[in-house]
Design a binder for this molecule. Structure first.
Ligand code: APR
Length: 225
């Protein structure tokens, strides 16, 4: 069976990583405009690097949970396309062989001047020169608000032929990710949402499983393998 899974911050919540829109989430403590836009980076690159350095450290200290591990198991049995909005690497460390990071990765650095990419050091700073062109324009390889998510061609293509689409741990507030379920449904896929609560796009799914991902995802995967 062809299965496409989209994950969001909720799948890493039980690994101890903060989500964005919870009452104690990242967007309660930081202004999106300051730390997650190209304009914020231009205004104060040191602040933006501090924000992502802290998130990189938190992600490195976190461990994959049973939900990440179950999706690795799912890939061993089905033709799985795993898409994540998460910038942590817990899917990879949980054993998933291929992960599409549509919002970028904390483990990569990007030169805003020449577009070179390289492995991010644990602590990045505005003074870091690009190893290729030497410009001091090093930024985290994160897709900010106002930027175009990565790998969209590949993602739309997977939705054309998928039999089953599942969204796990995402609030459905950020497009284009939030529109993938509706597109998959139009293409004929069965759409299922696994989340703590109904998301903003709950009506696009024909099935819902509510509860913590570390419990619901292994149960759902067990029903498929
Ligand atoms: N198990 C399952 N779901 C959970 C859990 C859990 N243990 N904990 C929280 N959730 C759910 C929440 O109920 C919420 O619906 O996960 C969702 C997390 O939503 P957001 O914080 O909005 O995260 P996400 O949907 O990934 O955000 C999308 O927004 O700020 C941007 O670029 C950022 O990729 C991110 C995008």
């Amino acid at each position: 069976m062809r299965i496409t899974v989209l994950t969001g911050a909720g799948i890493s919540a039980e690994s101890g990583l903060a989500t964005f829109r919870a009452s104690d989430g990242l967007w309660e403590q930081h202004r999106i405009e300051d730390v997650a836009t190209p304009e914020g980076f231009t205004a104060d690159p040191a602040l933006v690097h501090r924000f992502y350095n802290a998130r990189r450290a938190a992600a490195a200290a976190a461990l994959p949970n049973p939900a990440h591990q179950a999706l690795a198991e799912l890939a061993r049995h089905h033709d799985l396309t795993l898409i994540t909005q998460n910038v942590d690497d817990l899917h990879e460390r949980g054993g998933s062989p291929e992960v599409i990071h549509m919002h970028g990765s904390l483990t990569a650095a990007l030169c805003a001047s020449c577009d070179a990419r390289w492995t991010a050091p644990m602590v990045m700073s505005p003074a870091d020169p690009c190893p290729t062109c030497r410009a001091q324009a090093t930024r985290p390889d994160i897709v900010w608000f106002g930027e175009i998510p990565y790998h969209m061609d590949r993602i739309w293509q997977a939705l054309e032929t998928t039999d089953l689409f599942a969204a796990i741990g995402t609030s459905g507030n950020v497009y284009p990710a939030a529109g993938l379920a509706q597109h998959a449904a139009r293409m004929g896929a069965d759409c299922i949402e696994l989340n703590l609560e109904a998301s903003a796009t709950a009506r696009d799914f024909s099935r819902h499983i509510h509860g913590p991902a570390s419990r619901t995802v292994p149960d759902w995967v067990a029903s498929l393998v």
